[in-house]
Design a protein around this ligand. Structure first.
Ligand code: SF4
Ligand code: SF4
Length: 207
């Protein structure tokens, strides 16, 4: 029937409009419809009544594990009294090679005898150029670079540097385990399996 779609759409809009107010009434005395974690969960589920708007920045949605924003570097958890732990990055340069917009640059560390050492002296990512593709993280053979969940990087200062250096990029492995527990556990299992296979091979060769 001509106009049926229009009436159907309008009915849904009116239903949501009224639902927002009745829902607000339902949550009165239980912490309110907004700025309340429990209410936000319901609002984001199929049980929602009314507008599903998230009142950002006071309210924030939980990030799924696979969410990816700019990369960060993994280091060991710092020992007590230390500011930083050991870097996982070996400065192999693979991430810089595969980065499509070429926004990673690495300064490889040097031993006192001048030979290269498997640690970065400097590591820089131009965050303004990074397109959050996650290639660096996918290709790193050492699980040393991961995609962050921290997306709040806007600043009021135009002169703030958006080239993140090693100090800014480095975060302890416990941070990665906290934001992506499933993936971190999976990677850990694969590392253990690889180490065991390597040891077995070594033992077989020594026989
Ligand atoms: S690929 Fe991994 S180990 Fe190699 S330089 Fe990049 S972050 Fe470091
Ligand atoms: S996420 Fe993509 S664009 Fe950003 S640094 Fe990694 S490879 Fe480059």
């Amino acid at each position: 029937m001509y106009g049926f779609g229009f009436v159907k759409g309008l009915t849904t809009t009116i239903k949501h409009f009224i639902g927002t107010y009745t829902d607000e009434f339902n949550w009165a005395g239980k912490g309110g419809r907004y700025y309340n974690d429990e209410a936000l969960k319901v609002r984001q589920s199929l049980k929602t009544e009314g507008a599903i708007t998230v009142m950002y920045p006071e309210e924030k949605l939980e990030m799924p594990e696979r969410f990816r924003f700019v990369p960060f570097l993994i280091m060991d958890d710092p020992a007590p009294g230390q500011k930083a732990g050991k870097d996982w990055c070996t400065s192999c340069g693979i991430c810089a090679k595969v980065c499509p917009p070429q926004c990673i640059w690495i300064e490889r560390g040097k031993k006192p005898n001048g030979r290269p050492k498997p640690e970065p002296e400097g590591f820089y990512i131009d965050i303004d150029i990074c397109m959050n593709c996650g290639y660096c993280s996918e290709y790193c053979p050492f699980d040393a670079i991961k995609m962050d969940h921290d997306y709040e990087m806007a600043s009021y200062d135009r002169s703030a540097s958006h080239i993140h250096d090693k100090e800014r990029l480095s975060k302890p492995i416990s941070y990665w385990r906290a934001i992506a527990p499933g993936r971190a556990a999976d990677e850990e299992r694969r590392r253990v399996e690889a180490a065991e296979a390597k040891n077995k091979k070594k033992a077989a060769r020594g026989r």
